[in-house]
Design a protein around this ligand. Structure first.
Ligand code: GLC
Length: 530
């Protein structure tokens, strides 16, 4: 495991430890459960697992509210269990990253408890306090369904405290050098345990400054660069993945000169993939990719279709948001904050062609794809559950009671019905060579075995047909011509002269001769190596 640019040609997989596999019969998934299922992830072809937070937490934000940065919540196991998991993963050439939640702690964290109870405590200044709630008024509210202000009055402290997320998640005060140092210690602790890096949560909001929207501030970048330098010095080859739900030009600085983040999520392309599928036109995707600045050679975008949060619509216009809600969230329960709390398969009408096509886009656009657990089999969701829990239900392993997830009463019921475990499960799909699982497995393997996909180059090819996204991916002497028919009918594209040649269609490994035109079945895709 020495290639320091490993993340450019990888496939990532995000999972909720609680929902993946219960090994000890308490109804909740745990680290040993993940270890038990490494063979499965290896079969799928995953290179790196991102574990959602496993730190002790009152779970007011499903673990993103951390009460202790230095241990594992006993419900998930122990530090030793984590070490075993890391080792077993590494033996299979699978890496593992964890969430690094820098911006805030839980209000149950001893720092906050000390801070609120004593004005003179050294921890008081770990948080952001004010006598008025009229500071930093240009900062938007993120959890608009629940929060009315970024300030909450604390009776005990006799002051307001600052929080960008739930009021149970006070923001740390990064203006305080002690806080900045504490977070280095946290990073060191987990890297010393052997993890391969972090998905750094909510980084745009670390610092506050009056007169700004308190996002993406220069002092935030300065701190993150120090964190990167620290990692490069002591832990080369480990990565930082940036969660900045921002426009491409605002994410660009998070890559710095190749000296800040290794990777950054590309948020705006995600909703545009759904827009493209519904409109049967690729123009919105093309626009946002053209608006995406180039990034340093040692950096990489990270692309996704779904994750543990709502399908965020922060990076679209108001008009586009209303349209997305109308098309994809017809029932009020499906909406959450500025997004949609549904999974991939239900969003795409459980239409196998659309699910594969969305993945074809994901796997061939610039960036390293990340799969959200369960989406590789087309798992369902439950919009009745609180907050985002409806997309964090037990993994559907087989059709036995409780989906093969646990022998006990599960922390939440697995999905029932058409997309439930009786119909959609790993065991069934492993046995069926025609399943979605096997289609994705092949995509993953093709994506990884061709350097062209890991590069950053992408050229849109004009074929005169707005329904078919055609582009060239080129890197290191390899050239891939990709066709994605977004239309629900057969579409024809004109092939520009320079591409009229014989190539290899990657899925069938058959030779294909591109003439002056090509016909594509509804929702079909073709990856041609020239
Ligand atoms: C990130 C996480 C989200 C969490 C928030 C606050 O956006 O993805 O799940 O609620 O940060 O930590």
């Amino acid at each position: 495991m020495t290639d320091n640019l490993w993340y450019k040609n990888s496939v990532f997989y995000e999972l909720s430890v609680r929902a993946f596999k219960d090994s000890n019969g308490d109804g909740r998934g745990d680290l040993r459960g993940v270890t038990e299922k490494l063979d499965y992830l290896q079969t799928l072809g995953v290179d790196c697992i991102w574990l959602m937070p496993i730190y002790p937490s009152p779970l007011r934000d499903d673990g993103y509210d951390i009460a202790d940065y230095y241990s594992v919540d006993p419900a998930y196991g122990s530090l030793d269990d984590l070490k075993v998991l890391i080792e077993a993963a590494h033996q299979r050439n699978i890496r593992l990253i964890m969430d690094l939640v820098l911006n805030h702690t839980s209000d149950a964290h001893p720092w906050f408890q000390a801070a609120r109870s004593d004005k003179n405590s050294p921890y008081r200044d770990y948080y952001v306090w004010s006598d008025t709630d009229q500071k930093y008024t240009d900062a938007r509210i993120i959890f608009v369904d629940t929060e009315r202000s970024n300030w909450t009055w604390d009776e005990q402290a006799g002051q307001f405290f600052w929080h960008r997320f739930y009021s149970t998640q006070p923001d740390l005060n990064f203006a305080n050098p002690k806080v900045r140092e504490e977070m280095f210690n946290v990073a060191r602790f987990w890297l010393d345990l052997g993890i391969d890096g972090f998905r750094a949560d909510a980084v745009p909001y670390l610092f506050e400054r009056e007169g700004t929207n308190c996002e993406n501030l220069p002092e935030t970048h300065e701190y993150l660069k120090q964190l990167r330098a620290f990692m490069d010095e002591h832990y080369p080859g480990r990565i930082l993945l940036c969660e900045a739900n921002q426009w491409p030009e605002d994410v660009r600085p998070y890559f710095g000169d190749g000296d800040e983040f290794h990777m950054g999520f590309h948020f705006p392309i995600m909703p545009r993939i759904y827009m493209a599928l519904k409109k049967q036109r690729y123009e919105d995707m093309e626009k946002i990719m053209r608006r995406t600045p180039s990034i340093p050679e040692n950096c990489q975008w990270c692309t996704f279709l779904r994750n543990h949060d709502e399908l965020t619509l922060e990076m679209v216009t108001e008009e586009e948001r209303q349209w997305m809600w109308k098309e994809y969230a017809p029932e009020p329960r499906m909406k959450l904050n500025l997004g949609i709390r549904r999974r991939l398969a239900p969003l795409l009408d459980n239409d196998r062609r659309k699910i594969e096509l969305a993945n074809s886009l994901l796997f061939t656009l610039p960036g390293t794809p990340i799969i959200y657990y369960g989406d590789e089999i087309g798992m369902g969701d439950n919009i009745e559950l609180f907050d985002r829990n409806g997309v964090r239900t037990p993994m559907q392993w087989d059709d036995s009671p409780n989906a093969g997830f646990t022998d006990a009463t599960p922390f939440t019921e697995p999905i029932q019905g058409k997309l439930g475990y009786q119909n959609i499960n790993v065991a069934g799909q492993l046995n069926d060579p025609e399943s979605l699982f096997h289609a994705l497995k092949q995509m993953i393997s093709l994506r990884k075995s061709h350097a062209a996909f890991g590069g950053s180059d992408m050229q849109w090819i004009q074929t005169g047909n707005p329904h078919v996204a055609v582009y060239l991916r080129e890197y290191d002497g390899e050239r891939m011509l990709i066709f994605n028919n977004l239309g629900d009918s057969v579409q024809q594209v004109n092939i520009p002269t320079e591409y009229r040649q014989t190539g290899t269609e990657l899925f069938s490994s058959r030779s294909i001769t591109l003439g002056d035109a090509l016909e594509l079945e509804p929702y079909s895709y073709l990856w041609v190596q020239l």
